[in-house]
Design a protein around this ligand. Structure first.
Ligand code: SF4
Length: 445
């Protein structure tokens, strides 16, 4: 895909598991053929930026040889599978779902009937535990309910997706294939075919899907009331249709990483048994501002661990990190604590990364974090958008800056492009205005 700084090459990593030697090789490719910038996408992919047109074939071939690029663009597009990034590392998880996610990824790549699915149609395999994907919204989700079965649900987050029933782990690829076909057939019957599963289910319900599944790969009997889902939020969610309870326990890896006191996922013991005493941490969570890191940083991180897990939270999980992993990560700009205010910043590529951008959105956002300091503590999100399109976040943020011809409009509790009383500000003035507004908010002035 052509963007402002050259070609953008997406690297889909099956189950999000990237061996350290592969990470080093990908970093080399990003440096050699691209501009050395790598993005972590919200779909759990790596994106190599600034690939020169004459290097595209070579880098694509190298990635294909490692198994990260499909044989053709159509099958590549449909391999949109999210997998719990702590699978196999987290004793609190119900199931190690890596093998299931890989099998699903391979099925999607080979099932030619599914190549007509809309480009952003997604799938999710969640094993629960601290790396759960409850808040990730997708088209078809498989959430483990125990060590052998998944709850199948359509269109949304764990709380909002409409459940169909249960399926065995061995049947996930078949169920996914049947549901993908059903989506294509059912949407084609509508005058305005929805592009996402949530829209189709809202229009026709789930019964037509269940009917089609019965003919190919039937689901298990409906989930009963005792079925629990290993989630990690202090909430008691209940599916509207089935009455299934969603059990909660623990905390999420992105809410606690870098915290010294338990619960501390970095200190989870290796394997399911044993104490934490004297044991090396099983993994280290490292986030990056705006999900962007350098190829040099990726290579350095790879030298400190055996494997890297790609998350949908613009963070990497280093498996079996060396003693100096945190120091190395920090020296490359990684965020190592959930209290780091840079985690509150969201920004698109802006000028330099997108032809439409007219401001350095990342620099502006970082300047706000620097200037506002503790004023950001009660703020959930500061969004700096390169234009009204709002590619990084189209919804409301506590603070939103929208660029126009090199200047910003600043608004509180707004979407990109919403009306604003503070318009036409230079980047420096916009940063100062945000600090002033947050000061007024904090003092009630
Ligand atoms: S929001 Fe605008 S400037 Fe930013 S990436 Fe999207 S189109 Fe480009």
């Amino acid at each position: 895909m052509q963007v402002g700084d050259g070609l953008l090459l997406r690297v889909r990593v099956p189950a999000g598991v990237l061996p350290a030697d592969h990470a080093r090789r990908i970093a080399e490719l990003g440096d050699r053929y691209g501009n050395g910038s790598i993005d972590l996408s919200q779909r759990g992919n790596l994106q190599l930026r600034g690939i020169a047109p004459d290097g595209l074939e070579a880098v694509t071939e190298a990635l294909r040889a490692m198994g990260y690029v499909s044989g053709d663009a159509e099958s590549e597009a449909v391999r949109n599978v999210l997998c719990s990034p702590t699978a196999g590392l987290d004793p609190a998880a119900l199931m190690d779902v890596r093998a299931v996610a890989r099998t699903l990824d391979a099925r999607l790549a080979e099932d030619t009937a599914l190549r007509r699915l809309p480009p952003k149609f997604g799938w999710l395999v969640c094993g629960g535990g601290i790396g759960h994907l409850a808040d990730s919204s997708t088209d078809v989700r498989f959430d483990a309910v125990d060590g052998e079965r998944f709850r199948v649900a359509l269109g949304g987050t764990l709380a909002t997706a409409v459940p169909l029933g249960l399926c065995r782990a061995d049947d996930v690829a078949d169920v996914a294939s049947a549901l993908g076909r059903a989506f294509l057939e059912l949407r084609a019957e509508l005058p305005e075919p929805p592009r996402r599963m949530a829209g189709l289910v809202a229009g026709i319900g789930t019964e037509p899907f269940v009917t089609r599944l019965i003919a190919s790969v039937p689901l298990l009997p409906p989930a009963h009331a005792q079925t629990s889902f290993a989630l990690t939020r202090q909430a008691d969610l209940r599916s509207a249709e089935s009455g299934e309870r969603i059990k909660v326990r623990g905390t999420h890896v992105m809410d606690v990483f870098g915290v010294a006191d338990p619960p501390h996922p970095n200190l989870l013991p290796r394997g399911e048994k044993g104490s934490r005493g004297g044991e090396a941490p099983a993994f280290l969570t490292t986030a990056f501002p705006f999900g962007r890191l350098t190829a040099t940083a990726l290579a350095a991180l790879a030298s400190t661990c055996t494997e890297i897990r790609i998350t949908p939270w613009r963070a990497l999980i280093l498996v079996a990190p060396s003693a100096n992993a945190a120091t190395v990560a920090s020296s490359h700009g990684a965020i190592l604590s959930h209290t780091d205010r840079r985690l509150k910043l969201t920004a698109c590529s802006g000028m330099g990364g997108c032809d439409v951008g007219t401001t350095d959105t990342h620099a502006t956002a970082l300047a706000i974090a620097e200037r506002a300091g503790p004023l950001l503590d009660p703020v959930r999100m500061v969004h700096v958008s390169g234009c009204a399109k709002g590619c990084a976040h189209s919804a409301i943020a506590d603070v939103t800056l929208t660029a126009r011809d090199g200047l910003y409009d600043v608004a509180l509790n707004a979407r990109p492009g919403d009306d604003s009383p503070h318009t036409g500000l230079s980047p420096a003035d916009a940063v100062a205005r945000v600090a002033d507004l947050l000061t007024e908010e904090s003092t009630g002035a």
